[in-house]
Ligand binder design. Sequence first.
Ligand code: SF4
Length: 253
Amino acid sequence: MDIEEEIRDYFATVEINLPDSMKLLMNLKDKFNILDSNAHAILESIKTDNVESEKKRAYLYSKIKEHLNSCQKCPLYAAESHTQKVAGEGALNSPLVLIGEGPGFDEDKMGRPFVGRAGQILTTILNKLEIRREKVYITNVIKCRPPQNRTPMQKEIRACSHNLELELSFITPKVIIALGAVPLNYFKSGSSIIRERGRWINSGEYWIMPTFHPAYILRQQGKALNRVKWAIWQDFNKAVEKAKEMCPEYKYS
Ligand code: SF4
C-alpha cells in the first residue's frame, strides 16, 4: 500500500486533496524508501552533494516536468506561439535561483530557459562570477511562450504560479534574482523595475534581488548601455555574495 492509499484508508476517504508538492514528496519517499516522515528532513535529504541525493533530485525533476507537461491551466497551452512547455533547469539544491519572464522563440524551440541571445548574456555574467550555469536553478514565471513574445497577462501569471511555486518548494532557495519587471511584480506587485532594481526585498521566505532582464541590455546603446550593464553586474554581485554568505558550503563551480 503506498502512502496516499494509507492516508485514504486512515481517513476512510477515496479522495484526498493534497498540494502537488506534498504528492511529489510522497512519491520521493516511496521511491527511495525514506523512513523519515518529516517533510523538512526529506527535503534536506536532497540537498547534499552525494550520489544518492543526486538521484533523488533527478527523480524529483522528472516529476516536476511531468506535472508541468500536463498543465492546461491557461489558454497559452493551446497558443500557436507555443510548441512545448519550458521547465526550469539547473541544480535543485542551489541556494540561488534566477527567475525570468517566460520563454521566447529560442526557448520554445529548444525547450530550455534562457538559451537565446539574452540567455547567452546571462551565462556570460554567471561565468564571470565563476558560477557554472548548471549549479544554479534558472526558470521563468510562465512556462509557455505567449503570442509575439508579449508580456504575460496577470491571469496567465496567476494560473502558472502553481508551477513556479512547485519548483521553489523543492529548491527552497535563500536568494532569488528577479530578472525584469514580471518576476519583480510576482513577488511585489505594483513595483517599477527602474525604481526597485538593486534593492533587496525580503519576502519572509527568500531574499529577492530585482535587476533588469538581460534582454534589456540588447536594447541599449552608448552611455545607457554601460549604465545598464553596470547595474546588472552590481545586482548579480550583491545576490551572489548574499547566497554565499547564507550557504557557505555550496559549490558553484
Ligand atoms: S503558461 Fe503555465 S499555466 Fe499556462 S498552460 Fe503553460 S504551464 Fe500551464
